[in-house]
Design a protein around this ligand. Structure first.
Ligand SMILES: [Zn+2]
Length: 140
């Protein structure tokens, strides 16, 4: 799971190079576009994105988004997408979506079955004699 970038905009870019600059062995200065999105401690996130998309595409994707908060959200999505692709090189995020869809379908079927059982129990309770109701309650 991706770690959250710091919420504060007061990241001291002068002290520790961000994960991107660290990887590229560049000096991380105040102009670095990735300093707030990939801190030095988030090297794993950056590595995944770097392997899947490359730095040029990462910067291009982030450039399409305006605002710090939206860039942070985009960063999370890009990291998730990259990790999915690395975990499943064939299906990537589509594979995860397909698995979740399958799971949802099973849960919906189970929900339907339980609703039918509840309906049957209500019907039984409404139509059963007093002794049958007592016996039924005692069995649960
Ligand atoms: Zn940097």
């Amino acid at each position: 799971m991706a770690t959250q970038p710091p919420q504060s905009s007061a990241v001291d870019v002068g002290k520790a190079a961000c994960a991107a600059c660290k990887k590229q062995r560049k000096r991380c200065d105040e102009k670095c576009k990735l300093a707030k999105l990939f801190t030095a401690e988030q090297g794993g996130d950056f590595e995944a994105v770097h392997r899947v998309f490359g730095i040029k595409n990462l910067l291009a994707m982030l450039d399409m988004v305006e605002g710090e908060e939206r860039k942070r959200a985009a960063r999370e999505a890009i990291v998730w997408e990259a990790r999915q692709r690395l975990a499943d090189p064939v299906n990537g995020s589509f594979g995860q979506m397909a698995r979740l869809q399958e799971q949802l379908l099973k849960v919906c079927e189970e929900n339907g079955m339980l609703r039918r059982q509840i309906k049957q129990m209500h019907f039984f309770m409404e139509n059963a004699s007093g002794d049958q109701r007592t016996a039924f309650r005692g069995s649960t």
